[in-house]
Design a protein around this ligand. Structure first.
Ligand code: THU
Length: 163
């Protein structure tokens, strides 16, 4: 038996103004996007903003449903929209921002497991890392250089064939 550590480097920006302009703008787009979330059941609004390699920005927000599992997270609304509108254009980064009606979200909002799996499929297809910028409503910003950092040992299409 042998043991192996799997880790990654997380960049923590206590002040979002330390981020490069482009990333500050993307985070702002995620904050703006969360306002149009439809979250009457959880009161937890999430916004996601995607920066594409062609310079376009695509946004998403969570869309809930009275039949709870039928709703969709902000990140998947955004990546699927990017895939639909700009097929084949690589994703450079995704900013995620969350707010609640009930309390102040003061820690970075991380994508759920389903969203990680959906985002990593895009990273594998484009063969270039997708960076993440995570923030709550206030407080520090976490930056990961690749979605793969927060989904180690991910399942992928390679498992579906023998090659
Ligand atoms: N939610 C997201 O939009 N993204 C995540 O990564 C986690 C959760 C949404 C789903 C639901 O509408 C609400 O937040 C509460 O779970």
């Amino acid at each position: 038996m042998k043991k192996q550590q799997i880790g990654f480097e997380l960049s923590i920006y206590e002040n979002p103004e330390e981020l490069p302009q482009k990333e500050q703008k993307l985070l702002q787009a995620a904050e703006d996007a969360r306002e149009n979330a439809y979250a009457p059941y959880s009161s937890f609004k999430v916004g996601a903003a995607i920066l594409l390699e062609n310079g376009e920005t695509v946004i998403g927000n969570n869309q809930e449903n009275a039949s709870y599992p039928s709703g969709l997270c902000a990140e998947r609304v955004a990546v699927f929209q990017a895939g639909a509108r700009y097929p084949g254009v690589p994703i450079v980064a995704i900013a995620i921002s969350a707010t609640s009606k009930d309390y102040v979200v003061d820690e970075p909002a991380a994508p759920c497991g389903n969203c990680r799996q959906s985002i990593i499929e895009y990273e594998q297809r484009q063969n270039k890392p997708i960076a993440l910028l995570l923030r709550g409503e206030i407080g520090a910003v976490y930056k990961c250089t690749s979605i793969g950092d927060i989904l180690p040992l991910a399942f992928s299409s390679s498992f579906l064939t023998d090659s």
